[in-house]
Design a protein around this ligand. Structure first.
Ligand code: FE2
Length: 331
């Protein structure tokens, strides 16, 4: 019997929920059962929501200790071609996502249409944009992200949307399952000028350094621990819309590859496979980048500050990547 109780995540078809009695005690309990959280993460198709971890805000080392339970390496963002102003000043394993200086990371625009019938922000692609899996522009990509709210936006704003790639793959219509078998996507670092909206705007792409070269990734990812298959895709900002988005298909924004990607994304992000997380301070969402995608939503950054911390854990991308050099460390 585990000391950590995991319940199904309410309002979702996937994911687990853990209510904690405080950060320090919870981290010590998790360390005493080092496989418990990864097993719960796998059971939840790659999504775990933890509540009540306010103590991490004053003791960020607790975040690192939790992160280490998910893999062999908690990434140092000073070594992963990350914009320096997004890296925590004292702890380089923490990425800081905030509208506050010096991070100055602004939320996405309010989507159009701005609201669903129930008053919420839209979730399904293409009305909701920005769906991605973290750092898929690197080979091998990171496995797990731990995302923590030091200070959240008001309710209904600054949500994070998650989609279940395992459920979405299992429920793909047979013709689409056939279409994605063996297919690869071409992923690219944001800001390259090769995003869908850049191509649409006729922007000239910038010269890429060799460590930023577009990377092929399988559209179906096989989970190295469970053997389950999940859709592994991004959309506008993190796919290469000049040579891709899908390898071997007609490229560009009007090509067959774009049409298939749109069809897959619309399915992947439908209500049956998605969850919208409304953050409270002290929440942590742990998500498996090998089997989920996510997207940020708008918040009123003129009037509200938001401060989020993220770590990424690397080390078990699966045999497909065995023996590969780290693409982002190529000279
Ligand atoms: Fe992300």
């Amino acid at each position: 019997m585990s000391a950590i109780a995991v319940k199904p995540l309410p309002s979702a078809t996937f994911g687990g929920l853990i209510k904690t009695d405080g950060a320090a005690a919870f981290v010590a309990t998790a360390e005493a059962e080092p496989r418990r959280l990864s097993t719960a993460l796998n059971d939840g198709h790659g999504l775990l929501v933890l509540k009540g971890l306010h103590g991490i805000a004053g003791e960020p080392d607790l975040l690192l200790r939790l992160s280490r339970l998910f893999g062999s390496e908690v990434e140092n963002y000073r070594l992963t071609a990350t914009e320096p102003n997004l890296v925590h000043a004292g702890i380089p394993e923490i990425l800081v996502l905030s509208n506050m200086a010096p991070h100055n990371r602004m939320p996405p625009a309010q989507p159009d249409p701005p609201r669903r019938g129930d008053g919420g922000l839209p979730i399904q692609f293409p009305h909701r944009r920005g769906w991605h899996t973290d750092q898929s522009f690197r080979r091998p990509p990171p496995d797990i992200s731990l995302f923590y709210a030091v200070h959240s936006a008001p309710k209904g704003q600054g949500q994070t949307l998650y989609a279940d790639g395992i459920g979405a793959y299992e429920n793909l219509p047979a013709d689409l399952k056939d279409a994605v078998e063996g297919l690869e996507g071409l992923h690219i670092v944001p800001g390259s000028g090769r995003a869908e909206y850049d191509v649409r705007a006729g922007k000239t792409p910038r010269e890429l350094e060799s460590r930023e070269a577009p990377q092929r990734q399988p559209v179906i990812r096989v989970h190295p621990e469970t053997g389950t298959k999940a859709l592994y895709l991004c959309e506008a900002g993190q796919m290469d819309w000049i040579e891709g988005p899908l390898v071997g298909m007609e490229p560009g924004i009007h090509g067959d590859g774009a049409a298939l990607l749109y069809e897959l994304m619309e399915h992947y992000t439908s209500d049956a496979f998605t969850y919208a997380h409304d953050w409270d301070d002290g929440d942590m969402v742990i998500y498996d980048n090998r089997s989920t995608i996510h997207s940020a939503t708008w918040f009123d950054a003129e009037n509200h500050d938001r401060l989020m911390w993220r770590t990424t854990v690397w080390g078990n991308p699966g045999p497909l990547y065995d023996g590969e050099e780290r693409s982002w460390m190529v000279a």
